[in-house]
Design a protein around this ligand. Sequence first.
Ligand SMILES: *Cc1c(COP(=O)(O)O)cnc(C)c1O
Length: 353
Amino acid sequence: MYKEGRESRKAVELARDRVAKAIGAEPNEIYFTSSGTESDNWVLRGISTKKGKHIITSSIEHPAVLETCKDLEKKGYEVTYLPVDEDGLVSPQMVKDAIRDDTILVSIMFANNEIGTIQPVAEIGQICKSMGVPFHTDAVQAVGNVPINVKELNIDFLSMSAHKFYGPKGVGALYVRKGLRLSNFLTGGHQERGRRASTENVPGIVGLGKAIEIATSDIESKSAYLRKLRNRAIERIEKEIPYVKLNGHREKRLPGHVNFSFRYIEGESILLMLDLNGIAASSGSACSSGSLDPSHVLLAIGLSHEVAHGSLRLTFGRDNTMEEIDFVVDKLKEIVERLRFMSPLYEGVEKEV
Ligand SMILES: *Cc1c(COP(=O)(O)O)cnc(C)c1O
């Protein structure tokens, strides 16, 4: 009831308007959360179980979805993990075939964080709509990179995270289509219209709102630029470095996203040497780095353990230049050559050639 409080409220509501506008939703369909992980958890754990306890998802989801599903299985839910093809695509027909009378949710990510593949979200949304099953998409990788309209795509729930579109860390949002029910994830006070208790992270929310506004304005030309950088990297790597494999779909992929397997060497070693050259990259999944298990995503698209271990992910941002892409590929060429020279796996290959 005082001026400072009203200003904070106004700032939060402006951010909500900006998020809604960015994805074609209404402001009262947007809830702020602490992260993409929380948004995913809220939907999976909060969806009504009146009709049953069957959830359909894919085998290449982010751990925020996969681990939550595994936890729900322990609590008596049944989860169908749909396989993907060699490009990492989920088949809409398989989604349709997997839907049962007791299916309460389909949760398929918009774009994959490790291999960049963009799923046929519109088709899946259409199927879910026609069969009366709510459709959630983890769009953490897609927001700010690809145009999204939740109404046109028939999306019922959508998760996003600010730090994936140049916003601050530790704040996310969830779109909940009007009329759909979710139980409260946090109980307590009346914040977020009583559906997500706890004092709002005002600076985080304001940052998220401004970031999504910037990221989605002129999105076509920004993603066209990223695609140019990406295609240049892919073209040069395939032409100039032998024994490589592009992971993920060649066209249906995030604009600034490249993932390659380099045969006979370890992705981790490439990373260390790239870091020495001031290049920040990632092998497998950033979320599972430090773990020796090969990425579940790379295994799901059919890579052997050995090939999966030799994978590298490069993501480009709007501040990157073509010169930087060339610098990265030049360095990568040298590094891969050096590592292969030292690799016992490569010795036999060299002699064969
Ligand atoms: C990063 C990411 C998340 C997790 O978001 P946080 O805000 O870091 O919790 C979930 N899903 C996907 C696809 C991601 O890339």
